[in-house]
Design a protein around this ligand. Structure first.
Ligand SMILES: Cc1cc2nc3c(=O)[nH]c(=O)nc-3n(C[C@H](O)[C@H](O)[C@H](O)COP(=O)(O)OP(=O)(O)OC[C@H]3O[C@@H](n4cnc5c(N)ncnc54)[C@H](O)[C@@H]3O)c2cc1C
Length: 291
């Protein structure tokens, strides 16, 4: 059991990781897709003290190198789902499960635009991780809607077990797909069903009869990541210690609300990590007293 699992790979997550390392805590950093952070699109940053005029890419490279030089390992794994096990958390990354006493969420802005039917059929044919839920659809038909290349691996996996796989990319590069996958460059309009299960996917050109739809987004909406998390205008509700509404869960950076700025992300990552340290140490003392 680790002390902390940090979910995210941007400035907030790296700041939290650095401080946990300094405080000698046992933690894992699940950084997801390193190209997803909006910071890489920033041509010039002028409001981060002491490092005027750097590009977002340069700044992020510096943050990562600093963390790595201190012994932080940045894993390129994405957290799909976190379960509150009552006293600790189980984190599902598709291929692995990790356990941690505390969680720091630093996943950036995660306000997804939902497809029509998505909320209604989530868990009833709609999923966010084909590796996790794909085996439920053996010999059935599935569609993958993908915002990035991560969807290709998921589609290739599904093509081994499903009777039919449709791939609908929302990006321009040419996907590397197995021959038996049908590539559709179409706009998704809605996901339909009979009230209990998904039955079809409507695009601007056709209606596809499918049993499952997997949506591979750049960012998983935070309320899908962990059930029961209270939100405030779409961001995670936190107190001044960066504690979220679930005991043992902390949040920092853009996912914890405005202003969306690097300085705030770094500062909140620091506060979240120190709050997590206090939480773990108190829990350890309580456990020792009770044994
Ligand atoms: C074009 C542009 C220009 C900007 N210019 C400025 C500026 O000049 N000054 C300024 O202060 N700010 C600027 N910003 C804002 C700044 O980039 C953000 O405030 C900052 O990056 C927030 O850091 P973060 O760590 O909270 O989130 P992010 O930087 O978004 O990082 C989130 C990370 O979490 C990872 N992640 C997401 N979901 C998961 C998951 N389920 N599992 C594992 N990992 C996951 C992502 O892959 C990503 O690496 C700009 C943003 C943009 C888009």
């Amino acid at each position: 059991m680790m002390d902390v699992a940090i979910i995210g790979g941007g400035p907030a997550a790296l700041s939290a990781a650095l401080n946990l390392k300094i405080r000698n805590k046992d933690f894992i950093l699940l950084g997801g897709n390193e190209k997803v952070t909006g910071l890489m699109k920033a041509p010039q940053i002028d409001n981060y003290l002491g490092l005027k005029g750097m590009s977002g890419t340069e700044l992020l490279k510096g943050f990562r190198e600093h963390a790595i030089s201190m012994g932080v390992e940045i894993r390129k794994e994405k957290a799909y789902n976190i379960l509150d096990m009552g006293g600790y958390f189980s984190i599902n990354t598709g291929n692995e499960f990790y356990e941690a006493t505390s969680i720091i969420i630093a996943t950036g802005q995660g306000k997804a635009k939902y497809y029509e039917g998505e909320k209604e059929y989530l868990g009833k044919g709609i999923g966010y991780c084909a590796t996790c839920d794909g085996p439920l659809y053996r010999n059935k038909s599935a569609a993958i809607i993908a915002e990035n290349e991560e969807g290709e691996e998921e589609a290739n996996f599904l093509s081994e077990i499903c009777s039919e796989v449709y791939y609908i990319p929302a990006y321009r590069t040419e996907p590397k797909l197995r021959e038996n996958i049908k590539l559709l460059r179409e706009k998704v309009n809605a996901i339909k069903g009979d009230g209990n299960r998904v039955q079809s996917l409507m695009t601007d050109r056709r209606e596809l009869q499918v049993d499952a739809v997997f949506i591979i987004r750049n960012i998983i909406p935070v309320n899908q990541l962990i059930e029961g998390l209270e939100l405030d205008e779409g961001s995670i509700r936190v107190d001044k210690n960066m504690a979220a509404s679930i005991e043992g869960v902390f949040a920092c950076g853009d996912c914890a609300g405005k202003p969306y700025q690097i300085a705030k992300a770094i500062g909140e990552g620091n506060v979240a990590s120190l709050s997590a340290v206090r939480y773990i140490e108190k829990k350890n003392i309580d456990n020792n007293v009770n044994t």
